[in-house]
Design a protein around this ligand. Structure first.
Ligand SMILES: Cc1cc2nc3c(=O)[nH]c(=O)nc-3n(C[C@H](O)[C@H](O)[C@H](O)COP(=O)(O)O)c2cc1C
Length: 380
């Protein structure tokens, strides 16, 4: 793969390689796409104030999370499309995460089986993500399988009651599920590298695009076939969380919390953690940047449950900002997706390596040797 010195270099390479419809599917937001820029801008507006003349030779970026030591405060978030970015993309990212000692979250809408990811991520942390569907009995099948495979944490995503308004997909001929059409065919044809190295390999190994590997058969398996899995989450409510808590034996995390009242309810329902997240700006353009609401949520619940931050992390300093506000850990989504598109396992590993180095550099610049030393006194 070509040299990459930061996550944005990986993004540029990903953009070059991928068909437009696929790059934009991972990149863009919803409606006017204000939030996609705003997640980044809000992170950048926060400044880290250096404290000088401190001996920072003993820097240690590790944290302890749910009884596991992580070398950096990062978890790979659920993103169900990585297999379209490079051949076996989900396994590539999980392998890179395992090498870096970072937990990997498999999305339910993924095309690699839970069994495979559980095997790869066993020593570094296998987390499973799910939605609750109208047919709760089908959702419980995901819960039971994840438990049987020893997933350490189950993330219930709670920010997608209906399918988001992603208009750009329609312009690009991209639908969910994917339907062959002239716009998409031309786009694919203009990207021969992807056509041969990704699509071509799937044609040889799978006879077509990979299939959803973790949906119950009643929901459907083909990424081009009839699937209706998210539009029917509208009835999900706190009683379901209660039931999920009863069924799920390990760590339970709610992802997509953006207000402190919900965070307090999460505590009341006995969950172990929340992810302060706006789904990477992909769902509701009118919602706040997740970093903007992080302080009030930390103040409300961080002494009682684990608070994880995501949304817009492209630099090590972004991780430090969230940790200084009081997050216990952070999730990345696109950073390793760009890496996987740019160079498979090596590219995803490069994304993690870049972030690890930048975290260390930022720690030195602000003058801390441990994540626990960060607090709001470092923020301007
Ligand atoms: C292509 C893509 C697919 C995603 N799919 C899911 C998903 O299935 N479930 C979920 O909870 N979050 C999903 N997310 C959101 C991520 O888990 C994460 O919250 C977000 O990407 C973080 O923002 P960042 O990409 O700026 O790091 C997805 C994100 C992307 C970019």
């Amino acid at each position: 793969m070509k040299p990459a010195w930061n996550v944005d270099d990986l993004r540029t390479q990903a953009k070059r390689r991928l068909p437009r419809a696929i790059f934009e599917f991972i990149e863009r937001g919803s409606e006017n796409e204000y939030l996609a820029r705003h997640n980044q801008d809000a992170l950048e507006r926060i400044r880290l104030v250096p404290h000088t003349l401190r001996d920072v030779t003993g820097r240690d970026s590790s944290i302890e999370l749910f009884g596991r030591k992580l070398p950096i405060p990062l978890i790979i978030g659920p993103t169900g499309t990585a297999d379209l970015l490079c051949h076996g993309g989900e396994s590539c990212i999980a392998t890179a995460a395992a090498k870096a000692g970072v937990p990997f979250t498999l999305a339910t809408s993924s095309t690699t089986s839970m069994d495979r990811i559980a095997e790869i991520a066993r020593d570094s942390g296998f987390w499973m993500q799910m939605y609750l569907w109208e047919r709760r009995d089908l959702s419980w099948q995901i819960v039971d399988r994840a438990a049987a495979l020893g997933a350490e944490a189950l993330i219930l995503t709670v920010d997608t009651p209906v399918w988001p308004n992603r208009e750009f997909n329609k312009h690009n001929g991209m639908a969910n599920p994917i339907k062959p059409n002239p716009t998409l065919a031309l786009d694919f044809a203009l990207h021969p590298w992807w056509l041969m190295r990704v699509m071509g390999r799937y044609m040889l190994t799978h006879g077509g695009l990979p299939k959803f590997a973790n949906y119950p058969k009643e929901i459907g398996g083909s990424v081009t076939g009839p699937v209706n899995r998210i539009t029917n989450s509208a009835s999900v409510n706190w009683d379901d969380v209660k039931e999920l808590r009863r069924r799920w034996p390990n760590r339970l995390i709610l992802k997509g919390i953006l207000n402190k009242d919900d965070a307090v309810l999460a505590v009341d329902h006995g969950v172990d953690g929340i992810v302060v997240s706006n789904h990477g700006a992909r769902n509701f353009d009118a919602s706040p940047a997740s970093i903007e609401v992080l302080p009030e949520i930390v103040d409300a619940v961080a002494n009682r449950i684990t608070v994880i931050f995501d949304g817009g992390i492209r630099r090590g300093s972004h991780v430090l900002k969230a940790m200084a506000i009081g997050a216990h850990a952070t999730i990345i989504g696109r950073a390793t997706l760009y890496g996987a598109a740019a160079g498979g396992t090596e590219g995803a590993a490069r994304a993690l390596e870049i972030l690890r180095e930048e975290i260390s550099t930022s720690m030195a610049m602000v003058g801390v040797n441990a994540m626990a030393e960060l607090d709001r006194g470092f923020l301007r």
